[in-house]
Ligand binder design. Structure first.
Ligand code: SF4
Length: 78
């Protein structure tokens, strides 16, 4: 792991299983996700969707704020 990399633990938000995950973040980008063996519920197991959370996070089409529709257009709001 590089000096700028940060390791974090969290849970996958994609479904009710809430599997425990370990993330590596480098330069503000998620560079690795793997199962957290110490998680009391999932005990080191995740499904393929959990491993690609970083790609969802960095997807340029991901909404980053609530949107209000104004006619045919959309406007980002806080
Ligand atoms: S890793 Fe898969 S099974 Fe676990 S919470 Fe995420 S989507 Fe659900």
């Amino acid at each position: 792991m590089s000096e700028t990399a940060v390791a974090r633990t969290s849970t996958c938000p994609l479904c009710e299983a809430m599997c425990g995950i370990e993330l590596r973040v480098e330069g503000g980008e998620v560079t690795r996700i793997r199962a957290n063996r110490d998680d009391v519920w999932s005990k080191g197991h995740i499904c393929p969707k959990g491993t690609v959370l970083g790609k969802l996070h960095d997807d340029p089409d991901r909404l980053r704020s609530p949107m209000i529709r104004e006619g045919a257009d959309w406007r980002a709001v806080s």
